[in-house]
Design a protein around this ligand. Sequence first.
Ligand SMILES: CC(C)(COP(=O)(O)OP(=O)(O)OC[C@H]1O[C@@H](n2cnc3c(N)ncnc32)[C@H](O)[C@@H]1OP(=O)(O)O)[C@@H](O)C(=O)NCCC(=O)NCCS
Length: 289
Amino acid sequence: MKSGSTSKKPGITALLSPEESNRFNKRVVRFIVTEATIGRLKKQIELNYPDLAIIRIQSHNVHLVNELYSSFPEVFFGDCIVEYRIDLEKIFDTEKYFSTDLDIFIGEENHFGELDQLVSEAFSNYENHYSHNPVLKEFDLIPVYQEWVRSSVTSEDKICLLFFSNEVLCGFFTAERSGSIFRGLLAGVAPQHQRSGVFRQIIRSVKSIFRENGATEIVTNVLLENLPVHKVLQNEGFLISNSFFTIHLNLRTSHSRPPSRRWAKTFKALTPSPTRRRSRLAETTENIY
Ligand SMILES: CC(C)(COP(=O)(O)OP(=O)(O)OC[C@H]1O[C@@H](n2cnc3c(N)ncnc32)[C@H](O)[C@@H]1OP(=O)(O)O)[C@@H](O)C(=O)NCCC(=O)NCCS
């Protein structure tokens, strides 16, 4: 392996995921693929020797998904994610300021109890790409989502908006700020308030509030099957800008047959503590999507 070649190559970004590695007690490496041949992708995977590779591939590269299935023994289709964007500068030329009956607050640490409760109720039946990997299937996602929402309250570059109806917390929306672009991370509505237009009000409010706070664009991801979210985003002026497949490869610990000669060589070369290589791999910040 060449020095410095592991973390980034045009079209493939490999990032060690410390939170997921810790969570699953495996070396988890995330790969973001915009453009690659299967040969280059396999090489990048081999160079980073993950136990679990979580690969996000732009959907126009669907051929890579087929090629991964024929190249590795334990491949699982995790999910399909749709990315939406809204240009707030364009929208607000034509839209009037929106008002809502819900009371809106910025989340603070004293809200953690209510927030944890809301997240555990809203996400009780929620499935993400972990759920489609048999090795991770039994994993309880709720504490992870709770922690992720809490981190949006405590991180300086994130925001958590809380929505109350008659003083009861009924919904939340978290986002990460990067300059004038706000990235929606997670949202949820309490089950007893679902299907009564709360999420629609949340999205309308978020557009106004973010715009007032300097946002020119909001970007957010949604699972293909989450129809209520698609419906609201489409109606509220968001446009689909991209889509991705998430693929899991269970490697090393469970596979019995190396998928290529290169793998066999890599395994032979592995020492029990390959610290030097690990340190060169950039790390990803937690993103449960
Ligand atoms: C997805 C979710 C946010 C929707 O919130 P909500 O407040 O119930 O949504 P709304 O009431 O604003 O409904 C939006 C639209 O979707 C429809 N809808 C809502 N839930 C639906 C369901 N379960 N099945 C079919 N349609 C549904 C509504 O009828 C409405 O359509 P309409 O405008 O034609 O009437 C909420 O169900 C939830 O928190 N789910 C679990 C967590 C989650 O999926 N979070 C989002 C991804 S991070």
